[in-house]
Ligand binder design. Structure first.
Ligand code: FAD
Length: 461
């Protein structure tokens, strides 16, 4: 019988979506070869640059991704910015199928006056800063004021709050970058308010993250009892995970603590608290109008109940003095190619089960497919779904393998012509070993490295 051609597939982005899609494709068919192109010199996306440094267990997925990358039918090309160094169209020419899984690199803005003042940061940048993301290395957030306000009440908001308030001894044992550690050592931030438009029953975080706040050494909760009016009565109708979460917040806000806990709270030098029913109206400047001095919040009331409740303005406002505002109101995918059918309102690529609309051979997975919500396990499932759609198209012959595709060979030629030098997985493994041993020398699991990016600038990774 005739020798079958190899299915050449490329994946754009090496976060969980990229790696889980690759893993599933390689497993499903022996005749598939996968090349992963990644903008940064190093792999793993938000697992490396998003997940909080004090959540090392979450980063264990890297072991699985590494196994995938080491397979002979999988190649990694870091330092390749798709859309700039090579176009989506060029990839489509070179491969039978292209899977876009480049995540959500933009962030939603608040759209309020003062947003550009010094002292206001997007959570994405602040997180990138403490995790060593190249583009955020120079952030240098001003930590000289007592109160920080975080807008948004999802897990990212709580990660940021925890990093701001954690004792240095704890952070020192993580892979947080050295510059961030040094800045946090000088931090004057003692109080973090986590602000949300709606009420306790609508927060977007999970119970684990709230428990971590409750258990933070040297920090006491500072809640507003009145925010919890009617919440105890609503508990019984809540689905289980939300019920546990709400119970914990309720207990933290209203229950009179035992003697030991009272003692602990009165001795704590730091405080944190949720502020519910508040929306940002304006970032207030200092008299020189040079930096943040506070934030004006509108007071809301809720219309409706449960998940679908809407925040409605009451007309009242309230000013909070603070020198740092971090907006954690969501990440946002960006179209990297004008030809992509992109829903700019939802900020996702229009797709049907991972098949990009009106573009045969083009697929998407991860946050680009679903929008920036959910944990790594959610991303894994939706990536497996996309891989399944792709395999189905191979099995049914919708994807034409009769044409031989050049794959990485032709892309390598294009990149070379354009002066782009890809980083291979074995290059990364060398970097990895250096980072691990540098970490070991200072009692940390890893010390992230500076290397040269493809433009020749030195960048922190
Ligand atoms: P990403 O992880 O963002 O990967 C996308 C990759 O594409 C990146 O490597 C990026 O550099 C690359 N890329 C972008 N543009 C291009 C381009 N033009 N060309 C080539 N490559 C490109 N989940 C948990 O389960 N536990 C946690 O504790 C947790 N903490 C989190 C903390 C933060 C701050 C955030 C933001 C998320 C967290 N998550 C956590 C969620 C988890 O990170 C996501 O579910 C997951 O990373 C989404 O995977 P992805 O592959 O779609 O996107």
């Amino acid at each position: 019988s005739q020798k079958k051609n190899t299915f050449k597939v490329c994946i754009v982005g090496s976060g969980p979506a990229g790696f889980y899609t690759a893993q599933q494709l390689i497993k499903a068919r022996q005749d598939v070869e996968v090349d992963i192109y990644e903008r940064l010199p190093v792999p793993f996306g938000l697992v490396r640059f998003g997940v909080a440094p004090d959540h090392p267990e979450v980063k264990n997925v890297i072991n699985t991704f590494t196994q995938t990358a080491r397979q002979s039918r999988c190649s990694f090309y870091g330092n390749v910015d798709v859309g700039t160094d090579v176009s989506v169209e060029e990839l489509r020419q070179a491969y039978h199928a292209v899977v876009l899984s480049y995540g959500a690199e933009g962030n939603r803005t608040m759209g309020v006056p003062g947003e550009d003042l010094a002292g206001v940061h997007a959570a994405k940048d602040f997180v990138g800063w403490y995790n060593g993301l190249p583009s955020c290395r120079q952030l240098r957030p001003d930590l000289s004021s007592e109160t920080a306000v975080i807008l948004g009440q999802g897990n990212v908001a709580l990660d940021v709050a925890r990093v701001l308030l954690s004792p240095l001894d704890i952070l020192k044992m993580t892979d947080i970058t050295q510059p961030a550690l040094e800045a946090l050592a000088e931090s004057q931030v003692r109080r973090v308010l986590i602000v949300g438009r709606r009420g306790p029953v609508q927060v977007a975080c999970t119970v684990k993250e709230v428990r971590e706040m409750v258990n933070l050494p040297n920090a006491r909760p500072e809640m507003v009892g009145a925010d919890f009016e009617g919440v105890a009565e609503a508990l019984k109708d809540l689905p289980r995970p939300r019920k546990r979460l709400t119970e914990l917040m309720l207990k933290t806000a209203l229950e009179v603590p035992g003697e030991k806990e009272q003692q602990r709270r009165s001795e704590a030098s730091h405080a944190w608290g949720f502020r519910f029913f508040r929306s940002p109206v304006e970032i207030l400047a200092d008299p020189e109008r040079s930096r943040t001095a506070g934030i004006r919040l509108a007071v809301n009331r809720l219309e409706g109940s449960g998940e679908g409740a809407r925040a409605v303005l009451t007309g009242e406002v309230e000013d909070v003095t603070c020198g740092l505002v971090i907006s954690s109101i969501g990440y946002k995918s960006l179209p990297i190619d004008p030809s992509l059918p992109f829903d700019s309102r939802k900020a996702i690529v229009l797709n049907n089960m991972g098949r990009v609309q009106r573009a045969a051979g083009l697929y998407c997975s991860g946050w680009l497919k679903t929008g920036p919500t959910g944990v790594i396990a959610t991303t894994m499932n939706n990536s497996f779904d996309t891989a399944r759609s792709l395999v189905e198209d191979m099995d049914l012959g919708t994807l034409d393998v009769s044409v031989v595709k050049p794959g990485s060979q032709s892309v390598a030629a294009l990149l070379e012509k354009r002066g782009v030098k890809p980083v291979t997985f074995s290059d990364w493994e060398k970097i990895d070993r250096v980072e691990l041993s540098r970490g070991e020398a200072v009692g940390k699991p890893r010390e992230k490295l500076s290397v040269t990016d493809h433009n020749g600038h030195r960048q922190e990774m």
